[in-house]
Design a protein around this ligand. Structure first.
Ligand code: LLP
Length: 419
């Protein structure tokens, strides 16, 4: 079920801190992350799999790359799934050693491949072409391959990745020849990887994908290559709605590890959860600036728009909302919660019952930790907002809000146009 929060004197609390105090101290909009919950989520997913076999969690940091958040996961013992040199460097900065990071790029340059391998980070190859390029850039390094399993799953077609014909991975009918070629090229081939998509809520597609991977592992063994790990990618969904069931990760772990242990000699399972680890650790606090009765609809105008949280606008994603300063009060009517961006597509939530929102109220947007800040933009010249971490009743700033002036610092006006 969706995470619930406590109230104290009618005010929503997170990590033992009042949301009203956080908004007052740090301003809005602001992302607020609960450190304890982050640790718990990591331990849950690691525990679910490591009960059965050797497990490595590679947190998919594309979901959230705040350095303080990365520090917590580094302390917990997590590894990293990185997709760009920027993510790799950010994770090194956060204290991850290169051997705990795996790089799974798609359509990346020779220059980036060189930088990544020079830093000692292992590459998970996405195409035959990329393999041939890497062979001349960093011969003999450790590699694995992302394959296209022909199984897709996800909360939206935009994030379903594993289906046949997808942009990602080695097409199934080329996998064996690719592993053979990698061996000939002198690579040290360590593993096999697939990712079916993001936000899937059922166990079956993961099992279907695992079947495909297992068959390949055994065919690859016939080439004289003993793989060390199977990487099942990420994609474990979380409940965004109040009564929504959550995926049973215990069952998922048992089924997948059973299959691997019964049918292969592979000793290690790797998984790359992003959303599962970070999503419900974080709320977005946003202030009501305006209320409007448009006849057919009532609007609550808040200071966070799709520049702050793009998921509703981009995927029609549902994020639960509540009035944080009158938490749990009886609801009066239905409202659309909308932002300050000058597009009709700018919304946070549609048709939600709320307790008569007023200017100055505080709206909490739930489950904003995954793909929230990391997808934020400066559209409409609105600066990126602040991030705060709460723990044991204390709130720390983990990212200052940007200023408008900072948006100009890299721009250059040619001499002839200067004031
Ligand atoms: N591994 C690979 C190779 C991936 O491409 C992804 C996500 C993950 C792991 C982590 O997936 P997760 O466990 O977080 O579902 N912006 C979208 C999600 C895009 C996911 C892209 N790849 C959203 O807001 O829903």
């Amino acid at each position: 079920m969706m995470r619930e929060f406590e109230a104290k004197d009618g005010i929503m609390q997170i990590g033992g801190v009042s949301t009203v105090d956080i908004a007052e101290e740090f301003g809005t909009p602001v992302y607020v992350t609960d450190e304890q919950r982050l640790r718990e989520n990591y331990r849950n997913i690691y525990g679910a799999f490591s009960r059965f076999m050797d497990t490595r969690i590679h947190y998919a940091c594309k979901a959230n790359t705040n350095l303080a958040i990365l520090r917590v996961l580094e302390q917990e013992g997590s590894g990293i799934d990185a997709v760009s040199i920027g993510e790799v460097k950010t994770c090194l900065k956060a204290g991850f050693s290169p051997d705990r990071i795996m790089y799974t790029g798609v359509n990346v340059s020779d220059r980036e491949l060189k930088e990544v391998t020079d830093l000692g980070v292992m590459v998970n190859l996405d195409s035959v072409c990329e393999m041939e390029r890497l062979a001349s850039i960093a011969p003999g390094v450790d590699v694995s391959f992302r394959i296209t399993p022909g199984v897709g799953s996800g909360h939206s077609a935009k994030v379903t990745t594993g289906n046949k014909g997808a942009k990602f991975g080695i097409p199934l009918d080329q996998v064996i020849s690719t592993y053979a070629r990698a061996k000939d090229l002198g690579f040290n081939v360590k593993g096999i990887h697939a990712h079916i998509g993001s936000g899937g809520q059922v166990v079956e597609p993961f099992m279907d994908m695992m079947e495909v991977l297992i068959e390949l592992v055994n065919e690859i063994k016939n080439l004289g290559i003993d793989l060390e790990f199977i990487d099942m990618g990420g994609g474990i969904g979380v409940p965004y709605r109040p009564q929504e069931e959550e995926m049973d990760v215990g069952e998922l772990a048992m089924n997948l590890t059973d299959m691997i242990q019964e049918e292969t000699d592979v000793k290690t399972i790797v998984l790359e959860p992003g959303r599962y680890i970070i999503c419900d650790t974080t709320i977005l606090l946003t202030r009501v600036n305006d209320v409007k009765d448009a006849g057919v609809k009532k609007y609550v105008g808040v200071d966070a728009g799709f520049n702050t949280l793009i998921r509703p606008a981009m995927y029609d994603s549902y994020h639960h909302v509540a009035l944080a300063n009158r938490f749990g009060k009886a609801c009066t009517d239905k409202y659309d919660v909308v932002g300050p961006i000058c597009e009709s597509g700018d919304y946070i939530a549609h048709d939600r019952v709320l307790p008569d929102p007023q200017v100055g109220d505080l709206v909490a947007v739930y489950d904003a930790g995954a793909y929230g800040f990391s997808m934020a933009s400066r559209y409409n010249s609105r600066p990126l907002c602040a991030e705060v971490m709460v723990c044991d009743g204390k709130a720390d700033l983990i990212r200052e809000a940007e200023t408008v002036e900072e948006q100009w610092t890299r721009q250059v006006i040619p001499e002839r146009l200067r004031l």
